[in-house]
Design a protein around this ligand. Structure first.
Ligand SMILES: [Zn+2]
Length: 422
């Protein structure tokens, strides 16, 4: 594996870096998945100039004078993958449970771990992550994002939520005596206080707002709605006034309904979503991040071995909701909740989307052009198209017939930086 940082001579991590003489690169794959088309495109090469896709044409018709040519035999070139639900400040719960990560790990440790997680994500072909809350680490996600922007550490583009908003009494860590105050995994606010909290999170660098529309706080610890529809609308409108959108953690049909009607743009988890709720999402143009991999990971931590014994209820439920959402024609995000499981293993979500019944090419679209649109970045990333940022990966073989090839990209291009594992 080698990293090449173009235009500047740097030593990046422990891997050999070298300057290249040419400013332009021509990538010559066997095929291209452009992020939208249902079929691979063959017979074309891609000229990258100044970090953007300058031309897509047959190799002999490209301006080649000063360009370095990277041959990608047997490989498909496609847009860099986009993850819509990550937690770079968390690591797998079977290593350290969530409570202990929030209460016992220093913010320094969590930031350092995030650096490792980001490197793993980039090497796995992910060039953009939407990070869904710092989970008790304040605005460390904003700081990590700024460090990435300065080139302090390698990693995908990070789009961050900051602290996220929860209703008083609902969120964890829980289970302490009444005289013991513990820091929570998100910030509490209610009623008209939501205006100030939303503005505060914006002021601290949140790129979007995350609200927990339900949480496990029912009489028996079951998920129940938290905020009223009007409260969620207050958040949405406050965020919107600043040019930001809101997303909702919601598993129950009622919390999903409130969040949809209040104007959030994506619903996270939604594993108890019903046919009626998914129809409503389709009608309102609200997208769904099913986080299937997190569901399977947690079931595994609780002792389930896939393919053996009875399927846990949460898996049966998430399969049923996924089928219902597909049938309703809901916009499907690719969002895994990575952090619950290993960073760099994000493509597990894409494999599960195929396993649960989605057309492989639609899954590829979700992880590229659809996710880009949901980030309001459709004109910059998510497609192999002239004028777009050169955030590209190459994979062996055909990702439409074998989604698992996404697990091992042979090349990751991030503007002028090339990570080449050929
Ligand atoms: Zn999450």
């Amino acid at each position: 594996m080698k990293y090449l940082l173009r235009t500047t001579f740097v030593l990046w991590m422990t891997i050999v870096a070298a300057p290249l003489s040419a400013d332009d690169v021509i990538l010559v794959p066997d095929a291209i998945f452009d992020g939208k088309s249902s079929k691979l495109i063959t017979g074309k090469a891609v000229l990258v100039s100044n970090g953007r896709i300058a031309q897509i044409a047959s190799l002999d018709s490209l301006e080649q004078s000063a360009a370095e040519i990277i041959q990608l035999p047997g490989q498909t070139l496609m847009p860099g993958l986009i993850e819509l639900h990550s937690h770079v400040l968390l690591h797998p719960y079977d290593e350290t449970n969530w409570n202990d990560q929030v209460l016992k790990e220093s913010w320094a440790e969590r930031a350092l771990r995030a650096g490792n997680h980001l490197k793993a994500s980039l090497e796995a072909g992910y060039t953009t992550l939407r990070d869904l809350g710092s989970e008790g680490a304040g605005y460390v996600d904003v700081g990590v994002k700024l460090a990435l922007k300065k080139g302090v550490i390698p990693g995908p583009r990070l789009i961050v939520a900051g602290k996220a908003i929860v209703a008083t009494g609902s969120y964890g860590p829980k289970g302490f005596a009444e005289h013991v105050r513990v820091p929570l995994g998100a910030e509490t606010a209610d009623g008209m206080g939501l205006v100030a909290e939303t503005r505060d999170q914006i002021g601290h660098g949140a790129d979007f707002i995350k609200v927990y529309a339900d949480y496990r706080w029912g009489p028996n610890g079951e998920a129940m709605p938290t905020f009223s529809e009007a409260e969620i609308r207050t958040i949405v409108e406050t965020a919107r006034s600043s040019g930001r959108y809101t997303v909702a953690h919601a598993s129950t049909p009622e919390a999903m309904r409130r969040a949809i009607m209040a104007g959030v743009e994506t619903i996270e988890h939604g594993n108890a979503g019903t046919v009626e709720i998914f129809k409503l999402m389709k009608d309102e143009g609200v997208a769904w991040c099913p986080t299937l991999a997190a569901g399977e990971a947690i079931a595994g931590y609780q002792g389930w071995k896939k393919g053996e014994g009875a399927e846990p209820k949460r898996i049966t439920d998430q399969k049923a909701s996924f089928t219902a959402a597909l049938k309703a024609g809901v916009i499907m995000c690719a969002g895994s909740d990575v952090g619950v499981f290993d960073h760099g293993d994000n493509a597990w979500e894409l494999e599960l989307m195929v396993e649960y019944g989605m057309e492989p090419v639609d899954v590829l679209r979700s992880a590229t052009s659809v996710n880009a649109s949901l980030l309001h970045m459709a004109d910059q990333i998510g497609q192999v198209k002239t004028g777009m940022l050169a955030e590209l990966i190459a994979v062996r073989g055909n990702p439409i017939t074998n989604i698992s090839v996404l697990r091992n990209p042979t090349l990751v291009m991030q503007g002028n930086i090339v990570l080449n594992k050929n």
